[in-house]
Design a protein around this ligand. Structure first.
Ligand SMILES: [Zn+2]
Length: 114
């Protein structure tokens, strides 16, 4: 994991108060970071990245590399949430296109205003 991603994880843990955003678990040995647009298997990951690439092309007319999508979107703090292992998969929104589009728009807004 890159230093930038480690720093983002630390910010997300702090933002979410070191507790699972679903069940409130505070045992740090059980906490992890969930991805709202999830990583999943390699096939799921590639499908998510392809979807995000075409979304960005449609929204702002830019072609982003898989690496840029990975670093700037998948590891954006808006896509991350503090979770326990038990609740992790419940944070996945990639099966909900409306929620996914809202999230992607907010991430693009945040990147553009940075
Ligand atoms: Zn939980």
């Amino acid at each position: 994991m890159k230093q930038q991603q480690i720093d983002t994880y630390k910010r997300v843990y702090a933002r979410d108060g070191y507790r699972c955003c679903k069940c409130g678990e505070t045992d740090q040995s059980k906490l992890q970071i969930a991805h709202r647009i999830r990583q999943g298997t390699k096939t799921q990951k590639n499908a998510a990245i392809k979807y995000i690439q075409s979304f960005i092309r449609d929204e702002i007319g830019e072609r982003w590399s898989m690496e840029r999508v990975w670093n700037d979107v998948i590891y954006h703090q808006f896509n991350l949430v503090c979770s326990c292992a038990k609740c992790n998969s419940s944070f996945n929104i990639f099966n909900n296109r409306i929620a996914t589009e809202i999230l992607l728009n907010s991430i693009l807004d945040d990147i553009n205003s940075a």
